[in-house]
Ligand binder design. Structure first.
Ligand SMILES: [Fe+2]
Length: 329
């Protein structure tokens, strides 16, 4: 009829058919192709999410390999991702970090520089809260770490919506708890929840980092349970399967989490969850790469870009006072 953005007709479908307006069958693809590249050193799941019709793709949570003994970075994983993108002739328009990772260095800047499609690097808008916390932890003045989020191309907010390819609807929830800036992305029928939910036999991510909150994590998961359909495919940010586990696929449905997530299934109260989470967090050590990861992921992303294609030493300037640091990962 010549209209491009039609959201509502007074009288609904009854009125529509009463006026003999055209009705087209809904045959839009809403299910992106999800390819997982698992990085074993930090047990991180990296995802390439593609609309197969247009070949538009997003990269989610890519890892830049880091060797703590020589303080060098190598783009081994990033090159695997690039090979996949080239092999399938994909056009990457966004690289999304679900949050500021504390266990690995992001490869977003490295990939962004090499991809001809020049994707945007997306991060949750509350990254400014994370930057504020760590500018104090590392004793960095505003001239060295500006807590404005300007290191990213786009700061994303809950409620933002957009389209992948021609017709795959995308939306995002703010899901703080592990960190203040954690976001969970729904791309068609697939969701990328970062370190919010882990596989049901593990539970959720830890909540003891500075700015983390078990209470907020519980609320974030409940919000996700209400907002998304039960058959949403849930792709998690890490997997730490039990030693005897033989699982090779790290995806399940939201319904499976509601039913069986051992920390936050539907029968668990907020207080029960907080007790479980705090007990578990008290047994965890700090992630091995926490300081290089935080410095690169919050501060030095663009500097690292210049250095990442060959082994590189970068400077750690950890000047924290002897305050309590999260006790484990
Ligand atoms: Fe994390």
């Amino acid at each position: 009829m010549g209209f491009k953005d039609v959201y509502n007709l007074v009288g609904g479908f009854k009125q529509w058919s009463g006026e003999n307006l055209p009705v087209l069958q809904y045959d839009n693809n809403h299910s992106p192709w999800v390819h997982t590249v698992f990085e074993k050193e930090t047990e991180t799941a990296q995802y390439i999410v593609t609309d197969v019709e247009s070949k538009e793709a997003y990269i989610i949570d890519p890892v830049l390999d880091y060797d703590p003994f020589s303080a060098t970075v190598r783009p081994t994983m990033a090159k695997k991702i690039l090979e996949f993108i080239t092999k399938h002739n994909l056009s990457v328009t966004k690289i999304i970090d679900t949050h500021v990772h504390a266990d690995h260095l992001t490869a977003a800047h490295y990939l962004k520089d090499l991809l001809p499609s020049k994707p945007e690097f997306w991060m949750g808008s509350n990254v400014t809260k994370v930057q504020e916390v760590f500018s104090q932890k590392y004793n960095l003045p505003g001239s060295q770490l500006s807590a404005t989020g300007q290191q990213f191309d786009k700061l994303i907010n809950e409620g933002d919506t957009w389209i992948l390819g021609e017709n795959i609807q995308c939306s995002v929830l703010s899901t703080p708890g592990h960190t203040p800036a954690c976001m969970s992305y729904r791309i068609g029928d697939a969701a990328f929840v970062g370190d919010t939910l882990f596989m049901p036999d593990i539970g959720t991510a830890r909540c003891d980092f500075p700015g983390g909150s078990a209470e907020q994590m519980y609320d974030s998961v409940q919000k996700m349970y209400k907002a998304w359909p039960n058959d949403t495919r849930i792709y998690v940010g890490h997997d730490y399967p039990p030693a005897n586990s033989d699982r090779s696929v790290i995806v399940t449905t939201l319904g499976a989490h509601k039913e069986a997530n051992q920390m936050v299934h539907e029968g668990i109260s907020k207080n029960q969850y907080i007790d479980l989470r705090k007990k578990r967090d008290s047994q965890l050590r700090a992630p091995r790469f926490i300081h290089p990861a935080l410095q690169v992921n919050t501060i030095y992303g663009s500097l690292l870009l210049l250095l990442a294609d060959f082994p590189t030493i970068f400077l750690l300037i950890f000047l924290d006072q002897p305050t309590r640091w999260p006790s484990s990962c």
